[in-house]
Design a binder for this molecule. Structure first.
Ligand code: G3P
Ligand code: MG
Length: 248
């Protein structure tokens, strides 16, 4: 299909572990995604006040833990006590926020692959990018397939590149920008992860010609997934681990 270097990641990637079927970014979610046959997961990573890399999508704690305030303002001793599962359903009450280290242990023990989205608390892009890259390099040292780091934040990707150049990176895009290929090139990316609506025959051809793999988020409909497969793109991040078989 193209002459890009080999790509070690599977097409199907479970968003935040298992989409909406379990509390996002908890170990329970990654376990459930794996039960549905997924071998690669996307997660959101940020820094606690005292520099621990942990998994959470939002900057604020309220939606997924019920606590007021900003996650990145709290030390890990506080964050580690929070209930990150009860908001989802009673079944998951008491599920803790995981560290990236805990998810790495789970992935490495089972040969699962990971896409770590660097999701900085506002105002901490460079610090978070560097810290996540260093922690990922430490946790995955000596393994055959490293995690793919991605971010919407160019400064986070630049800091990740400077901290650990060897880790693969992907630029996340939600809306079109005219300098997308130049930016991905400057950041030393291997892939571009777009809102799936941004991919068409032209953008796929342009990305491929520039040497970038093409991935999409968050793809939850059959028609959308089939369109991306027909376009020949490389990766699909989905919530619907119950709908899409990753063997497809
Ligand atoms: O990494 C792909 C996707 O997760 C980006 O959007 O807001 O779900 O983190 P979001
Ligand atoms: Mg994400």
């Amino acid at each position: 299909m193209n002459d890009l270097p080999p790509w070690p990641y599977p097409r199907w990637i479970a968003h935040r572990g298992a989409g909406k079927l379990a509390p996002e970014n908890t170990l329970a979610a990654f376990r459930l995604g794996a039960e549905h046959g997924y071998r690669m997961f996307e997660c959101d990573a940020k820094l606690s006040q005292d520099g621990v890399v942990f998994l959470m999508h939002d900057a604020t704690l309220a939606r997924t833990t019920g606590m007021p305030g900003i996650g990145g303002d709290q030390p890990w001793t506080t964050l580690s006590q929070l209930d990150a599962g009860g908001w989802h359903s009673r079944r998951y009450a008491g599920e803790p926020l995981p560290t990236l280290a805990a998810l790495a242990r789970f992935c490495l023990a089972n040969d699962y692959l990971l896409n770590i989205e660097i999701k900085p608390t506002p105002g901490t892009d460079a610090e978070t990018g560097a810290a996540v890259a260093r922690e990922a390099a430490r946790l995955w040292a000596g393994t055959a397939v490293p995690p793919l780091l991605s971010s919407f934040r160019p400064d986070a990707l630049a800091a990740a590149r400077d901290a650990v150049p060897a880790l693969p990176r992907a630029l996340l895009l939600d809306t079109p920008r005219s300098d997308w290929l130049d930016l991905a090139r400057q950041l030393g990316c291997v892939a571009i992860v777009c809102n799936h609506a941004l991919w068409d025959a032209q953008t796929v051809a342009d990305a491929r010609a520039a040497g970038f793999r093409q991935l999409s988020y968050t793809v939850n409909d059959d028609w959308a997934a089939q369109r991306l497969i027909d376009l020949g793109t490389d990766g699909i991040i989905t919530d619907r681990v119950d709908l899409f078989s990753p063997a497809a």
